[in-house]
Design a protein around this ligand. Structure first.
Ligand SMILES: C[S@@+](CC[C@H](N)C(=O)[O-])C[C@H]1O[C@@H](n2cnc3c(N)ncnc32)[C@H](O)[C@@H]1O
Length: 301
């Protein structure tokens, strides 16, 4: 599964490409930038200054999302109870070897990552961390049920390349692990994923596109469990879906990925969805793209 190729991204940070999944771990415009924009900023970590929080990182990879999280929490003296799920140990092995990756963070991050690699866990007076290696669809079941998360990062390969971690059945398990007002954060703005999260009862938001002339109309999705307007602290990184995004959800692209017993192969999940799309009377996504002048480039989910 794990032939990995090193990739230097445009902001100077390193990432990987998976030969098996035929996809890069990060956007070529910058792995570090992507983590900060799509995961750290929407997390609104100042809320937890001097307090404790629970975080679940699904598809840990090299650990950019967690490294950036730890880096901020160290500065603001938060207490963290953290779990992660990842199928492959090699990306962490690579991150531990890559000097440039290590230089981006407080040295404590390397100590934690080393311990995760060697012992699958780390504990000190501030942080309690555990990583479970294996298929997230199975390993999610061994996270003790009492743990509910304030933040869940979902950073799998794209739904077309790795639908296993974007199905109704898996996302249902994931969202059950959110605290009330907890955020699930993902880079994906796929209509199928957004519909699934909304149908599971979450309130969904779009992560705003960057102002640096980016052609993408969204940087991802934040889904909030048991959303309560009165408890919500407005966040500058995300906002309500635009009309264009709402209409996207009404097209065939909004048909969800399904994996009834949480053990289907990628090909079976994709095939079932294609069959459902063929039989569906929903608007073809091409029509939506034409209406909104959408190029394929602007349409990365
Ligand atoms: C896009 S990369 C993650 C990038 C990562 N968050 C980072 O900061 O480097 C996707 C990751 O999902 C992992 N993965 C793929 N299928 C998985 C599965 N079924 N369960 C758990 N992890 C999976 C891959 O090994 C890979 O590390």
């Amino acid at each position: 599964m794990s032939e990995l190729i090193e990739v230097l991204t445009k902001d100077g940070s390193y990432s990987l490409r998976s030969v098996f999944f035929q996809e890069n771990f990060h956007s070529l415009s910058g792995a570090l930038e992507e983590t900060k924009r799509k995961f750290t900023a929407p997390s609104d970590l100042q809320r937890f200054q001097g307090k404790s929080l629970n975080v679940l990182d699904i598809c840990f990879g090299l650990g950019y999302n967690t490294a950036s999280l730890l880096n901020e929490l160290i500065k603001q003296k938060s207490l963290l109870n953290w779990y992660a799920l990842e199928i492959d140990k090699k990306p962490l092995e690579y991150a531990l070897r890559n000097k440039s990756f290590q230089k981006s963070w407080n040295p404590q991050v390397k100590k934690i990552f080393k311990s995760l690699y060697k012992n699958d866990c780390f504990e000190d007076q501030f942080f309690k961390c555990r990583i479970f290696w294996g298929d997230a669809r199975e390993k999610i079941n061994i996270i003790p049920a009492a743990n509910k998360f304030d933040l869940i990062y979902l950073d799998g390969f794209s739904p077309q390349k790795c639908p296993q971690v974007w199905t109704i059945e898996f996302l249902s398990k994931v969202t059950q692990k959110l605290n009330p007002q907890g955020y699930l954060i993902t880079y994906s703005s796929s209509a199928a994923v957004r519909n699934t999260l909304r149908n599971l009862g979450l309130k969904i938001f779009t992560i705003k596109p960057s102002d640096n002339g980016s052609t993408f109309w969204s940087q991802g999705t934040v889904a909030i469990a048991k959303f309560d307007k009165n408890k919500f602290i407005p966040n500058l990184s995300f906002e309500k879906l635009s009309l264009m995004e709402e209409e996207h959800l009404l097209t065939k692209a909004g048909i969800p990925y399904r994996d009834q017993n949480l053990n289907s192969s990628k090909d079976d999940i994709i095939k079932r969805r294609l069959e459902e799309q063929l039989l569906s009377n929903l608007i073809p996504t091409k029509k939506w793209r034409e209406k909104w002048g959408m190029t394929k480039l602007a349409f990365k989910s």
